[in-house]
Design a binder for this molecule. Structure first.
Ligand code: SF4
Ligand code: SF4
Length: 202
């Protein structure tokens, strides 16, 4: 058809003269609606580095790299991959480590590395078998949650002893009996090799 229909012409004129149906962003600041799921905001003091959020993130936006040599766990959150599903917040073991902002939504950048955030946490590494147990913050969080029950676990007991400075220092090498060293008892902290260490020394 050579000319537009009258109905289409009318719709175009009405649309041109009507206010925008959506918000005027970016001309005017946009106010998100209630319960809006925006950028996940990390609270490093409340995050214990347990890695749960990296397991539940469907878009693999959260990655964990453990370095035995340095004893550091590096947590990387790439918000360029985030789909704002809220799974990390829902499954965070402390409930406060990561919370989706209801205000921050504008993440457009020219350089994608600007929306990548990193955290570092100290690792607990077994001195016998070099297995990575978890982070020191995670263990301390479990101590607080368990209260006196923490003493039921050899792992927790040993770390509590170290914290209270009841455990012998590395340089102390006190022999008890039959070659059994007191520091060896305190070094039994690893669920990975605990059994073999017990068999070896007892
Ligand atoms: S909101 Fe969803 S996609 Fe984004 S980091 Fe959390 S779990 Fe991953
Ligand atoms: S689940 Fe929570 S505490 Fe664990 S690493 Fe993620 S944000 Fe931190």
């Amino acid at each position: 058809m050579k000319y537009p229909k009258i109905r289409e012409l009318k719709e175009a004129v009405v649309s041109l003269l009507s206010p925008a149906y959506t918000s005027s962003f970016p001309k005017k600041a946009h106010t998100p609606f209630e319960n809006f799921r925006g950028k996940p905001e990390v609270n490093d003091k409340e995050c214990v580095g347990c890695e749960t959020c990296s397991h539940v993130c469907p878009s693999k936006a959260i990655t964990i790299v453990d370095n035995r040599e340095t004893g550091i766990r590096e947590i990387t959150r790439d918000f360029g991959k985030c789909i704002f599903c809220g799974m990390c917040q829902e499954h965070c073991i402390t409930g406060k480590g990561v919370i989706l902002s209801d205000k921050i939504f504008d993440l457009a950048v020219f350089d994608r590395t600007k929306i990548v955030e990193k955290q570092e946490k100290d690792l607990v590494v077994c001195k016998h078998c070099s297995a990575i147990i978890t982070t020191a913050d995670h263990i301390q969080y479990l101590h607080k949650k368990l209260g006196p029950k923490a003493y039921a676990s050899i792992l927790n007991l040993n770390l509590l002893h170290e914290k209270l400075e009841l455990a012998p220092r590395e340089e102390t090498d006190v022999e008890i009996k039959d070659g059994l060293k007191r520091k060896d008892m305190f070094n039994i902290i690893c669920p990975n090799c605990m059994r073999s260490v017990l068999i070896e020394y007892i």
